[in-house]
Design a protein around this ligand. Sequence first.
Ligand code: SF4
Ligand code: MG
Length: 328
Amino acid sequence: MKILSTEGLKKFFPIKAGVFFQVVGHVRAMQSVTLEISRGETIGVVGESGCGKSTLGRTIVKIYEPTGGKILYHDENGEEHDITKGLGKNVRSKFRRDVQMIFQNPFDSLDPRMTVRDIIREPIEAHNLLSKKEAEDYVGELLMKVGLYPEYAQRYPHEFSGGQRQRIAIARSISVRPRLIICDEPTSALDVSVQSQIINLLQELREESEMSYIFISHNLDVVHHMSDRIMVMYLGNVVETAEARELFNNPAHPYTKALMASIPNWDPEDRKLQNIKLEGEPPSPINPPSGCPFHPRCPYKMDICSEEMPGNFEVAEGHKVACWLHKT
Ligand code: SF4
Ligand code: MG
């Protein structure tokens, strides 16, 4: 059962300057993203900072208005709604309950003046799901579910460690029983020792309630753990999509291979790839390179690469690559 899909989703941010704040250019944060996510499925979105992966998450939950493209939401009756258009109150409220987001920094996303109880109770009340008394008991249950004590309900966010705060944010997001959670780098602000605990918690929750995740990370290794399918983004474009195992066994795009080469213990046989340095910054999304966005860093660059944007070529079933090397 499909939950959400996007078609050619695009987000440009205007750059304003001068006395009259004229628009002088655009940050092309997301060029065109097409994806589809089903019940119980996890899609990993991976790429360096600035590749558009957070913009994708934020555009889906409507923090940002898309510049173009569609976001199609399927409610629990399988009815499709284009949420980029104006929605009726009913559908809007269903969508806001069904699709939740967890952010990188659990401190920023929790209001410091609210107790944990009020933080977790807020969305339940906003959606009129339970009475005040019922919500109180439910908060205790949720805290236990995410591995915290029910007594923590009366405390404030600053009294907790980063990992505990992320658990609180997770409790809040699952309180309304969403069908999809967008996790934007949910572990990258945490100590390494806590990261795998949070990943395990998210996995347990998914198994329990058949939730879906869009799991955004710059770390291919973390994404590999979580995902059924993986989408690799570079400079606002999707450059490769495949089942997680297929992507790891047969990475096809030079950029994906370079990302893998930066994972410890992954030994690239290909000498050219050992020379791709991903430490530097990718080119600016204000003036992206012509043709293939990866061409300035690509050791396989051909003449056509700087002239024409490659299409999406299918190299195996469900495995698509935007690279001229794989033209079929
Ligand atoms: Fe490299 Fe050309 Fe493929 Fe782009 S299209 S990744 S520049 S070979
Ligand atoms: Mg980000």
